[in-house]
Structures are given as C-alpha cells and as structure tokens.
Design a protein. Structure first.
Length: 559
C-alpha cells in the first residue's frame, strides 16, 4: 500500500507528531495502520446534516474493523432551504467550493491515506466528490439519507409543498391557518429534502458514477439501514487501499455518461449539470454541455419522482432503490457496465450480484418499453438569448413552446415582490438577471420565486429565464444557467421590458426576438452593475468563478 501518512508519522524526527496523536488517545499500533480521514458536513444548520455526526461514528467503526485508523473532521454546509429567497442563497454555491477546498486542506495537512466522505445537503455532495477527485486518494462517498415525507390532509408532502403554499396564500387560495398546519408537518425528521431534488439527485448520481456502495442512496436518514451502510462504507475503504483504486480510476468519461443517464432517467435536478461539469474538471475529464444533450436523447425517463412526478425517495427505496434503475438501463444496453466502482468490481458485476424483487412496470419505476418520456428530462437550450447554453428540466412539463413578453428584474427580490403582488400574468416571461456566478455572486436558486408562480396556478402559463439557478424542487417552464451571464455582458443583460422571447424545447432553442442591429445599439450603451461585495468570500468567489457552462468552478488567476 502507498501510505502518504508515513511522511508525517515515521522516524525519529516525527516524534513530536506522534506525541500529538498520542495526546488524542492513539497508540503505536493505531499509528502503524493507514490513517483514513472521515469527513462529514455535520452541523445544526439544517435537518440534512444534523445527524451526520452519528453516521460518522458508524463509518469510523467500519474503518477500524477493517484495520485502519479513522480520523474524523467536519466541514461547512449551507442549508439551501433556509438560505432560499434572501441574501443567504448567494453563499450556497460558494459553499461547494469551500467544502472541496477544506477537505483538500485537511487531508493534505495531515497526509491522510484515504477518505470516507459523508454529506447531506445539496452542495455538500458535489463538494465532497470534488475534493475526493482533486486529491485522488482511495475514497468512498456516502449520503446522509433522505428525510421522511410528511402527511397533510392524507397526502405525502415535502418542503416543496410549503414553498408552493406561500404562492397559494399570496393568491388568496390558502388561509394562514392552513399554511401553518402544512409547515408543521412537512419536514418530520432529519434528512435531506424528500423528493428527487438536488440532494437525492446527486446521491443517485454517486451510485451511478461508481463512488458509492450499491444501494446506498435511497434508505432514509433515520433508519438502521443508513447506519449499516455507513459501517460498510468505512469497512470497504481498506479494499481500495490494498488495490490502489482511486477516484480517477472510477470517475472516467464513461462513468460520467452513466451519471448523466441517471440524472435524466430519474427526472433529476438541473443542478446535476453544474455539479457534474465541476466534478469532471477535478479529475481531468473534458465534459461539455453537448455531452449532456447527446446522452439525454437516448435515455428514457422512467422514475416518476417529485417534483415532476408523484413519488419521493422513500418510495424508490421501497422498490429497490437506484440499482433497480441502473439494472434496467444496463439490460437495455444503455449503461456502461464495465466501469470500475468503489467495491473493486465493475458496475455490471455489482448489479449481477444484487437481488431484485421488483418488476419495473409498476408506479414508481416504469418499464423501459413504457417510459414516462422516451427522452431524458435535462434539456440544453441554445439561441440568441443563451449562446453558450441554458438548462431546462422537462419532467412534468407538458408545453413544448412558449412565446412571451419579458418582465425584467435585476435581482430575485424584485421579481418575488412583483409576483407576490400578482403583477405577473399569463403570457409573461420573468427574466431575472445579474444572479449568475459572477453577478450574484453565487448563482442563487429561485425556488421561492418559481414556487410562488406555481402556487398561484401559473406554472405553465408563465415562463422564467435566469442566469441564476433553480432548486431541484422547481417545476414548470423555468430556464436557468443562461450563459453568458448578464455580469459579463451576455445577451440577457440587454433584454428590455416587453421584448418577445421564444422558447422551443423540441428545437432546443431560446431566442430573444430582437434584431441584430438593435442588439448592437444596446450593447454599446450597456454597463455592468457594481459588484455587490468588495471584500470577503463572495468577492473572492466572484473574481475567480467561471461560466455556468463550465460548471461555475473557481480557477486560480493566471499570472
């Protein structure tokens, strides 16, 4: 085994280092073993992460029983649900980079030999995978698990319903008493948001890309199965050390194609596009928006998951979880079965040894011959409004074309205020700009805005276009990740109130119906807004971040 920890432990000159370890209760026998960093994003900021410290203890037991010495540490994590709708959401995407950076710093500083990474909320999943890819040490990712759905008026509910209820309340369709009673039951336990929103999407992807143990994505956060999974994950790390299997051996181009396939088959979050681009860069894989569209076209949408469908992650778990979907795709010849995984076996070998008692023709996962849609749900659009690309999620969307008049806002708050006052009407396309990676900065999610539109009954009667992002819980005719963004002078910066915008998901186009001559006149007069932050983390991020079409990654300044 190649153990980089020996550089920090062995020899007479490292006596002070060993003394520090012994102060924490470790023995010479402990120090003779591989040191495994057990990273978690445990905190009291969000139900997604509050239980991760307990799961880390299960993972540590597995690491120890496998003959390694675990060293636990934590990193930050932002609650997207609590940060939503105000300045706090500017910090969300920034946190992905901070998580990756902090894992890198901790592991490099202490020269750990391997990593077990546990995370729960949206950005902590890709952030952890990015850190693992960057370090390229034997690593396994494990998800903290989904929250249980609440029950309100006899129906399953999630936090998505609460956001949409705010719009219904503003429209006079719900009383404050009803809103409060829904709020009280929507999030009954620890765990990440229950539908196929960003956290559950990225958890499903972690299995499809081979970085998590099979079947680990779907069990609920507060279940004995989740502790068992964490123990098994910790125990499995020794196999990777002994066989020198590293993230770059696992996260190959074909593995990323499997991940894109999974995101489309489950009707997953648009954020998957951004995060997969970022993870690919960390392992040196050249992934582009064209790859997403190519894979999408031959991937059927087969999992009927919220927000576009009916079911939550618990329902998927009851029918066998992510392996059921992967097995269906493999049998159809779509999934790459020969890619390596963290089990030390190929994806095909993992699925051959699994036991499936579920026929994929029932309600949750459809048969491939009878899919919800014959093509995947994460559509890449291009056109005069988004020359470098934009993303729309088609799950649950019936309309294929939309031509509307632009209602232009230079910040999310201004748009939300107008929607709450019911100033947005059928046929409008809400344009929210200067919310991109540099402009926000941080590319805020717009769930409060999109949910308010849906709650008012305008889901497919009103469109939205933004250089910001959408929550995985967003549904409707909503186009995000518009690139180039407004802050760098992209066409979205030149849109005026009342301009006509045409969206055609069949032709994959999004166009501003304004003449080239007029656009040139507007471009000459355009000036960017003043940066919102001049110091601190958000200012640093704005100075380093790249386009959404490249994953909104931060790159060092070229000297």
């Amino acid at each position: 085994m190649e153990l980089q920890s020996r550089k920090a432990i062995e020899g007479p000159s490292r006596a002070p280092h060993r003394a520090m370890y012994k102060a924490m209760g470790l023995t010479d026998n402990d120090l003779d073993r591989p040191l495994v960093g057990v990273s978690s994003t445990c905190n009291e900021a969000t139900p997604c992460n509050i239980h991760l410290g307990q799961l880390a203890q299960s993972a540590k037991r597995g690491v120890k029983d496998a003959g390694c010495t675990p060293r636990e540490f934590t990193t930050i994590a932002v609650s997207d649900g609590i940060a939503m709708g105000h300045e706090g959401m500017k910090a969300s995407l920034v946190s992905r980079e901070v998580i990756a950076d902090s894992i890198e710093v901790m592991v490099r500083a202490h020269q750990y030999d391997a990593i077990v990474g546990i995370s729960g909320c949206d950005k902590s999943l890709p952030g952890t995978l990015m850190g693992m890819g960057r370090l390229n040490l034997p690593s396994i990712f494990v998800y903290g698990g989904t929250i249980m759905p609440g029950v309100w008026n006899g129906k399953q509910v999630t936090v998505q319903d609460v956001y949409e209820a705010v719009g219904a309340y503003d429209a006079g369709k719900m009383t404050i008493q009803e809103l409060t009673s829904l709020e009280n039951v929507a999030c009954p336990t620890a765990g990440s948001c229950a539908g196929m929103y960003t956290a559950n999407t990225m958890a499903s992807i972690s299995e499809a890309i081979g970085m998590s143990l099979p079947g680990s994505a779907s069990p609920p956060a507060e279940s004995e199965k989740r502790h068992e999974i964490c123990y098994n994950t910790g125990h499995a790390i020794m196999n990777l050390l002994e066989n020198n299997i590293r993230p770059k051996d696992i996260m190959t181009f074909e593995a990323f194609e499997n991940a894109i396939m999974m995101a489309n088959a489950i009707g997953g979050s648009t954020n998957a596009v951004l995060h997969l681009l970022a993870i690919a860069r960390e392992v040196g894989i050249k992934l582009t928006l064209a790859d997403f569209e190519r894979v999408r076209k031959h991937t059927p949408h087969i999992a009927d998951m919220r927000p576009g469908g009916m079911y939550v992650m618990l329902d998927l778990d009851k029918v066998g979880g992510v392996p059921v979907i992967m097995n269906s795709l493999l049998k159809k010849g779509l999934l790459h079965g020969d890619v390596m995984t963290v089990t030390g076996r190929t994806m095909k070998q993992n699925l051959e040894s699994a036991h499936f008692n579920y026929s994929p023709d029932a309600k949750v996962v459809k048969h491939l011959d009878n899919p919800i849609k014959t093509e995947g749900t994460l559509k890449i659009l291009r056109g005069t409004l988004a020359p470098d690309g934009a993303v729309v999620k088609l799950a649950g969307v019936q309309s294929k074309k939309f031509i509307g008049r632009a209602r232009v806002f230079d910040a999310e708050e201004k748009a939300f205020e107008s929607i709450a006052q019911q100033k947005i009407v059928e046929g409008d396309i809400v344009v929210i700009r200067y919310e991109g990676p540099k402009g926000g900065p941080g590319m805020r999610e717009m769930l409060a805005v999109t949910a308010a539109i849906v709650g008012q009954g305008l889901g497919e009667k009103v469109g939205m276009v933004t250089d910001g992002r959408f929550s995985g819980a967003t549904r409707g005719f909503m186009i995000g990740h518009v690139a180039p963004e407004a802050m760098v002078g992209g066409p979205i910066a030149l849109v005026k109130e009342g301009d006509k915008i045409a969206i055609d998901t069949q032709k994959s186009t999004i166009d501003l119906l304004v003449s080239k001559a007029e656009m040139k006149k507007r471009a000459k007069k355009w000036k960017p807004i003043k940066p919102h932050y001049k110091t601190g983390a958000l200012a640093k991020y704005a100075s380093l971040v790249q386009s959404a079409s490249e994953g909104a990654v931060t790159l060092p300044v070229k000297v």
